[in-house]
Design a protein around this ligand. Sequence first.
Ligand SMILES: Nc1nc2c(c(=O)[nH]1)N[C@H]1C(S)=C(S)[C@@H](COP(=O)(O)OP(=O)(O)OC[C@H]3O[C@@H](n4cnc5c(N)ncnc54)[C@H](O)[C@@H]3O)O[C@H]1N2
Ligand code: MOO
Length: 401
Amino acid sequence: MISVDAYRETVTELLGRTPVTTLPLAEAAGFVLAEDVHAGVSLPPFDNSAMDGYAVRAADVAGAGPDSPVTLPVADDIPAGRVDVATLEPGTAHRIMTGAPMPPGADAIVMVEDTDRGTESVRIAKAASSGDHVRRTGEDVERGVVALHAGTVLGHSQLGLAAAVGLAELSVHRPLSVLVVSTGTELVEAPNPLRHGQIYESNSVMLAAALRELGCRVAVVRSVVDDVEEFRKIIEPKLADADLLITSGGVSAGAYEVVKDALTGQGVQFQKIAIQPGGPQGCGHWNGVPVVTLPGNPVSVLVSFEAFLRPALLSAMGHTDVDRRRVRARLSEAMTSPSSRRQFRRGFYTPTEGEVTGVVGPRGGPGSHLLAAFTQANCLIVLPEGVGEVAEGTEVDVLLL
Ligand SMILES: Nc1nc2c(c(=O)[nH]1)N[C@H]1C(S)=C(S)[C@@H](COP(=O)(O)OP(=O)(O)OC[C@H]3O[C@@H](n4cnc5c(N)ncnc54)[C@H](O)[C@@H]3O)O[C@H]1N2
Ligand code: MOO
């Protein structure tokens, strides 16, 4: 059996790195920056007022106070957006609004609350020091420096900064286009009625949602019957548009393993991984397109996604932080695990106040058909290889979902 870590490495290498593309800022959320972004302008781009008030020379109002107000003529009015600001002559004030450029010669702002709000002349009842309420050029970002580093995940603050330094588009790692295919003659799509022996198809819905959450583009073939010729006929022509094919079902030891039968000898290797659930896996290339074949049980699909595909997909799209947050927690009840495999159990983690650990308990049993329990879980409990019985109170690793 192949170890979980070795197989994760294999899948990561299989996916490689996606090429770089350019996206407008409005479409770049969640993508990973492919190149450093240099600031084309300083932030702020010019010295400006942090307050609505009056631009003054601090020396002119040095003696101002409630009992000794200083009155200055108001020589100009500067709303935000003015681009033709005149010099402030000594002994005068300019009325100024937040974000408006400082007039040359002024070195401080007096807040409007500390004045009589005059428009011809203004009575100032508070002394100012040089620099008061002035936002300096380049205080936030100096022109020419790296404002955002390659590898940064573009969230709202990062996109805001890119916009603020004057960019309209960004160079990002291209999203992966993934073709998701569910196999199984028993699969039916709602709202068609179920006959005894049939089930509603759910894997492709889960996979498509999980992939889109990571920023992938997804095409879905909801169900293909367990027939090798049919599988090849439907899927092979669609490969040309895909960076990756993910299948579910048809990879274990039965008589009708459509995926295994169709892709064995075509460049896809089928193997057992030391994981529970999700043991039977396949990966490789078909017509040059990377392929990952997952076992059909819904929880095996989700656990395989977490253990192998999520880190590989994130890495392919340029992310450097590809791991779920891992915490330690004490088990609230005893658990068992097949000692030859690493078991990922659905769990619920509760942090303990004042401690670095928390408490975790399983949700549902180890069966890989127990999908409902997964929906009530907020973590996966990791019981490592070599561990069979785990007593209540044992500290375990927990991956937060
Ligand atoms: N003799 C053995 N039998 C099995 C082994 C084994 O090692 N020896 N492994 C078991 C394990 S573990 C798993 S996991 C499954 C994997 O089997 P397949 O990948 O061939 O998957 P299927 O048989 O097609 O399906 C398994 C199960 O999941 C249901 N399913 C499949 N696709 C969907 C879907 N899209 N939506 C909802 N449910 C789906 C399917 O009906 C089956 O119940 O093999 C074990 N057997
Ligand atoms: O590996 Mo299967 O996925 O244990 O249920």
